[in-house]
Design a protein around this ligand. Structure first.
Ligand SMILES: NC(=O)C1=CN([C@@H]2O[C@H](COP(=O)(O)OP(=O)(O)OC[C@H]3O[C@@H](n4cnc5c(N)ncnc54)[C@H](OP(=O)(O)O)[C@@H]3O)[C@@H](O)[C@H]2O)C=CC1
Ligand SMILES: CC(=O)C(=O)O
Ligand SMILES: [Mg+2]
Length: 642
């Protein structure tokens, strides 16, 4: 028999096929999980047991031992992950033990708990009698009940907390809710509510949901990684909390962002929850309010910078590679731009790194713009772009649009860049400012006289596309939108800043001030708007469309590096999912309801590009990459336990 440990070394499609085969051959016998304990911390080993009943416990243990990874050495029945079996007598080792999750501990294990959905047979086999009330209900009914009770909460943060509790209690049910009700729940686990959750994270903190790596852990980051109970990590989302959405420095409380992003990796992209690791690097915070807050959960010091900061990051990146290998995807999220560009550059040749704010946002916005061409006409190169905000999102998007323009027109990149203008807090970026500009702004310093504010820049540049990426709310004023509408039949206006409070304008403002002519999308969702008897449905221009499918594509082909052409491929795949029906509603993105299908197409295009570029390591290349992506996706449906 092949162990689950062995099977998980296979491609995920093969693993699924194997699991199906096993399930059939064992006649869906209920499955118990081995729990490996170390100093009181429950560790899950992906090991199947033939039978967990007391009467044949010895046989079960023997069977379990026979199915564990071949790497396990001197007995123990557990893979020798950290070389303890090989340790000499002088070396310290971890006291591993093996036990079976059943009874009360099974109910308390979020990965395996099914609540009232445990069948009569499972209740007998797993010592659950009396621990549950008599009713047996199915997962659909559990979902119906939970959605009903979630809808009773009028305060979004209460919904957020209820969902986080569910994730901690019953992981599969949490993901089933998220997958089946994505449009309704996305604003709860993600922007805008996750922003409020981060602001109040200390006060609402109950149980840690990811790894906290602070300056205190300097020199022992590898050990900290080893404290995490899962070993086969495929995606890490890491933040240092310095630029959380448009809310600024939230220090250690930024943890809500990696947790939220990774729940989308699973719900929207189908990555296994156990393969996802949220991490917050705590180097302090410059947020005075948090430093004074008695409930603050992070280091109470101002941010480390320079050499001290980089040394911690270097140690972290080296430890990740050492512990999880070359192919773990590290997604940087919500770092401040003075670190974000440098970190991406620093590790892009040694690690599989992706900055969602720079690259994921670029890919999603390019897709929206390309789709919008069907509504506004012209080619990419025939449009003129103006950004409010020249940071990670703004310059990241600008660069990818310019790259795509150049590919289409065969013009040099410098020429394409001239169609794109950016405004920062000091005004239009022009050549006379070049010397004092941060390096990522320099390519956008075009010849022009100085312009101090957005309205004057709009009037001077006359853009066809206006993109907000400033993190400052209500900066697309009535005058700005009216100016856009005065020289564009259909102005394309994207207010990307999150959360809703920081959106450059609301959907209602965009439609009303443009007299119903704007094509509008925003980073955080807005409800449909009725203007002069017509209903306008605003789209959501958010990197959540891209990163789950993008990450799945990288993981499923075993990519070793991210390449710009993969971002273009993801963007193309997303734009192709916009149908005439969507265009008829004025949408430039497909609805999130179809996101798993969309993610499969994105993953397929990304993987295809990786194979083409020689950056994929899982060989041979599957013939049908869309089908392969779908076959890799995690299903939140309950499994039967033998
Ligand atoms: N929808 C989506 O998918 C995404 C949305 N975002 C959102 O975009 C926003 C910006 O993120 P990011 O680019 O990473 O942030 P950065 O801090 O890197 O960039 C912000 C930019 O906005 C400029 N700016 C700030 N205030 C003003 C102002 N009053 N007028 C003009 N420009 C101003 C800054 O100018 P200066 O350089 O002079 O300081 C800077 O260039 C955030 O709200 C974030 O939530 C980000 C990623 C994805
Ligand atoms: C969406 C996102 O990544 C941000 O606002 O930072
Ligand atoms: Mg972000």
């Amino acid at each position: 028999m092949i162990s689950l440990n062995q099977s998980s070394m296979l491609g995920c499609g093969q693993t699924k096929a194997l699991l199906r085969l096993r399930r059939r051959s064992l006649e869906a016998a209920p499955r118990a999980e081995l729990v490996v304990r170390c100093s009181g911390v429950a560790r899950r080993g992906s090991v199947a047991m033939e039978n967990a009943s007391e009467s044949n416990g010895a046989a079960a243990a023997a069977a379990a031992a026979s199915v564990v990874d071949t790497k396990s050495a001197v007995g123990g029945g557990v893979q020798d992950v950290y070389g303890e079996d090989r340790a000499t007598e002088e070396q310290h080792v971890t006291p591993w033990a093996v036990s079976v999750a059943s009874g009360y501990s099974l109910l308390r294990d979020p990965h395996h708990n099914k609540g009232l959905a445990f069948s009569e047979k499972e209740r007998d086999a797993h010592y659950l009698r009396g621990l549950l009330p008599p009713a047996v209900v199915n997962q659909d009914l559990q979902e119906k009940k939970l959605m009903h009770s979630l809808r009773q909460y009028k305060v979004p943060l209460q919904r957020y907390m209820a969902l986080m509790d569910l994730q901690e209690r019953n992981e599969r049910l949490f993901y089933k809710l998220l997958v089946d009700n994505v449009e309704e729940l996305l604003p709860v686990v993600y922007t805008p509510t996750v922003g409020e959750a981060c602001q109040k994270y200390g006060a609402i903190f109950r149980r840690p949901q990811g790894l906290f790596i602070s300056l205190k852990e300097k020199g022992k980051i590898l050990e900290v990684l080893r404290n995490w109970p899962e070993k086969r990590i495929q995606v890490i989302v890491v933040t240092d909390g310095e630029r959380i959405l448009g809310l600024g420095d939230l220090g250690c409380q930024g943890m809500g962002i990696p947790v939220g992003k990774l729940s989308l990796y699973t719900a929207l992209g189908g990555l296994r929850p156990s393969a996802c690791l949220p991490i917050t690097i705590d180097v302090g915070t410059n947020n005075e309010q948090l430093l004074k807050d008695e409930f603050y959960i992070g280091l109470r010091q101002r941010r480390a910078t320079g050499q001290e900061y980089l040394e911690l990051l270097d140690e972290f990146m080296a430890a990740v590679k050492q512990n999880y290998g070359e192919k773990v995807l590290i997604q940087f999220e919500d770092f401040a731009n003075h670190n974000a560009f440098e970190l991406l550059e620093r590790y892009s040749r040694s690690h599989l790194v992706f900055n969602d704010d720079i690259q994921g946002t670029a890919s999603v916005v390019l897709a929206g713009v390309v789709a919008a061409l069907k509504l506004v006409g012209g080619t990419l190169a025939e449009h003129t772009f103006l950004f409010l905000g020249a940071g990670e999102a703004g310059t990241g998007i600008a660069e990818l649009i310019a790259l795509e323009m150049s590919k289409q027109t065969k013009a040099p990149l410098e020429e394409s860049r001239k169609k794109i203008w950016l405004v920062d807090s000091k005004g239009l970026i022009v050549d006379s400012r070049k010397e004092s500009l941060q390096h990522f702004k320099k390519p956008w310093a075009h010849e022009h006289e100085p312009v101090k504010n957005l309205l004057d820049a709009v009037k001077a540049i006359k853009p066809t596309v206006l993109i907000g990426s400033s993190g400052v709310g209500r900066t697309f004023t009535q005058e700005v939108v009216e100016a856009m509408a005065s020289f564009n039949e259909k102005p394309l206006i994207l207010a990307l800043s999150n959360p809703t409070s920081q959106s450059e304008c609301t959907a209602e403002q965009a439609y009303t001030w443009s007299k119903g002519r704007a094509i509008f999308a925003s980073g955080s969702p807005f409800d449909p708007v009725e203007y002069e008897g017509k209903v306008f449905v605003p789209g959501q221009a958010n990197n959540a469309y891209i990163f789950p499918g993008f990450g799945l594509g990288l993981v499923m082909c075993g990519a070793i590096r991210v390449h710009d052409d993969m971002l273009l491929a993801a963007s193309e795949a997303l734009a192709q999912q916009v149908t005439q029906e969507h265009y008829d509603k004025g949408l430039i993105y497909p609805p999130f309801t179809n996101i798993r299908k969309i993610s499969a197409h994105i993953a397929a295009k990304v993987a295809a590009k990786a194979y083409e570029l020689g950056l994929a390591s899982h060989l041979p290349r599957p013939e049908n990459l869309v089908e392969f992506a779908e076959s890799c996706m995690y299903s939140p449906l309950y499994r039967s336990y033998r």
